[in-house]
Design a protein around this ligand. Structure first.
Ligand code: CMP
Length: 153
């Protein structure tokens, strides 16, 4: 399975409701490797670039307003098929359509305040990582379970 990198962001409402630890735990528990993480207040320009594909939709302004309300936690996650795997972890865009065990289903009820975002394709992952992180901020390291001794053959 291909090793991929993806962009994940805990939105302001996830921080306000104190779900950061639980969300990070779920990502780690899945075996994903965190290779960059930072907290920031998203400037309007950055937020508009992230969500430019939604410009013109009826929820667009509310989405932008919610994101610039408070800090977010942006991260880059690496792992086998990380893009699809993190999308499964966060669950359905609309929490009401999700299932128990999905982050959005478990921690929120509505859109656009659905507490977490993750890139939905390789192209988007690359775009979003580059939007929030410089190459130097991506930390290369090996986890103990990547070592050949710990790998199942
Ligand atoms: P996110 O993964 O951040 O990507 C785009 C966001 O737009 C999505 O999560 C939701 O917060 C929001 N969104 C998408 N579709 C709708 C919708 N139909 N109504 C309200 N908000 C939406």
């Amino acid at each position: 399975m291909p090793i991929e990198r993806t962009f994940v962001m805990i939105k302001p409402e996830g921080i306000q409701r104190c779900h950061v630890g639980e969300i990070l735990e779920r990502i780690e528990r899945k075996g994903m490797k965190l290779i960059a993480i930072k907290m920031l207040k998203c400037p309007l320009e950055l937020t508009e670039k992230l969500y430019e594909v939604h410009k013109g939709k009826e929820f667009y302004q509310r989405l932008i307003d919610l994101l610039i309300l408070g800090p977010v936690i942006a991260m880059v996650v690496e792992g086998e098929e990380a893009i699809a795997a993190t999308r499964k972890l966060i669950g359905s865009t609309d929490p009401k359509e999700g299932r128990p065990g999905e982050i959005r289903f478990d921690y929120c009820q509505e859109m656009p305040a659905n507490i977490i975002h993750a890139a939905d394709s390789r192209q988007r992952a690359e775009f979003e990582i580059n939007l929030f992180f410089t190459e130097r901020e991506l930390v290369e390291y090996r986890k103990i379970d990547e070592d050949w001794l710990f790998r199942k053959s």
